[in-house]
Design a protein around this ligand. Structure first.
Ligand code: SF4
Length: 361
């Protein structure tokens, strides 16, 4: 596979044959009443008050970008946008498990044609504010889009930003010349006064630039006169196009750790609260209080019954018994993406003591 920019792939399924089926479950980020860490990071705890307890409203896979690592690539979408009539059952399921806010996700939720009506439905269901939107930020660059979302009940913007380098942006997004638009969208979100945090998918392509990205984020916040937005460095999931382009994207576990460590180090210098996902405690025991998953209680809810069920992402993870069976972090750790273990071998992961964890929990 070429390492040059690729064009956006053509849709594999023509629009006229798309048929919405939907998922049986909605995912939930529950709020942990007791984080089991000895020294939780206050900035990450504050981020959790923005994000939880929440349920996902999946608006479908269509997207105005085409990220090379996408776990749900829009060009393979066979269902189209979620029909508006299917949203109320997701709202009821989320409410049934005690959530007081939604996370609007796609694809790209800002291009969903009925986004305002979804926010109206939430309001009518008694969930007026505190919603989160997970966006690539491109549409927020249009006048008033961020402001209107904030006014309609979106209090937190999750903006996916992977790089400060326009050429890397083009390569990862399979598009041309839109990096500046993303920066403008981020600044527009910051200017609303809403909560904003940055989510970076860490791949072999953008990993060397993480310290520079921390500087870019700080510069955007300074331009608008806002406090530094928190930053989550998520080592990519080897799912969807993330698996298809694994040769370009994935990093050996130790390389992923050093890249994330470099990003966290620069963030610390700049006063940015930063955490990560998809690096297990045994790979970096000293960083365990930066692991976002330790602050969340993730599970799923059956959309038909409103009953809590096992977290849907569990199907992608494994906990090799030789390592995880003996590990003091087993209850809190998500485990390892199966494709990572297959590609690099299980020897990278080994049991550790309860370092960094409270003894009373
Ligand atoms: S449970 Fe397994 S993957 Fe997680 S920290 Fe322990 S040994 Fe590592």
């Amino acid at each position: 596979m070429s390492e040059q920019s690729q064009a956006r792939p053509r849709p594999a399924v023509p629009s006229r044959t798309k048929r919405f089926v939907g998922r049986r479950v909605a995912d939930v980020h529950g709020r942990r009443s007791d984080v089991a860490l000895l020294e939780p990071v206050p900035g990450i705890q504050q981020l959790m008050t923005w994000l939880t307890p929440s349920f996902y409203i999946d608006l479908g896979r269509p997207c105005n970008s085409a990220c090379l690592y996408c776990a749900v690539p829009p060009h393979e979408d066979a269902q189209g946008f979620t029909p508006l009539g299917r949203v109320p059952e997701m709202i009821e399921a989320g409410r049934a498990v005690g959530c007081d806010r939604s996370i609007l996700i796609g694809g790209e939720p800002t291009i969903y044609p009925h986004l305002n009506e979804v926010l109206n439905q939430l309001r009518r269901a008694g969930l007026e504010r505190d919603h989160i939107i997970m966006t690539n930020g491109l549409r927020l660059a249009k006048a008033n889009v961020a402001k209107e979302l904030f006014e309609a009940g979106v209090d937190t913007f999750h903006i996916s930003v992977d790089t400060s380098d326009p050429a890397i942006y083009d390569r990862l997004s399979r598009s041309t010349g839109r990096h500046a638009m993303q920066g403008k969208g981020l600044e527009a979100a910051l200017a609303t006064g809403a909560n904003v945090y940055i989510y970076t998918a860490v791949t072999a392509v953008n990993a060397p630039g993480l310290p520079a990205l921390a500087e870019w984020i700080a510069a955007r916040a300074e331009t608008v006169g806002r406090e530094m937005p928190p930053w989550i460095l998520a080592v990519i999931k080897p799912i969807g196009d993330g698996e298809k382009y694994a040769d370009q994207l994935l990093m050996r576990p130790d390389q992923a750790v050093s890249s994330v460590r470099a990003g966290l180090g620069r963030a610390d210098q700049l006063g940015i609260t930063a955490g990560f996902r998809n690096i297990q405690a045994c790979l970096a025991p000293d960083l365990v209080n930066r692991n976002i998953d330790y602050y969340l209680d993730d599970f799923s809810v059956d959309v038909q019954t409103g009953l809590r069920v096992i977290y849907s992402h569990t199907e992608y993870w494994s906990k090799p018994s030789d390592a995880c069976g003996q590990c003091a972090h087993q209850q809190l750790c998500t485990g390892i993406y199966r494709q990572m273990a297959l590609r690099y071998g299980e020897q990278w992961w080994s049991p550790i003591e309860a370092r960094g964890l409270r003894k009373d929990l």
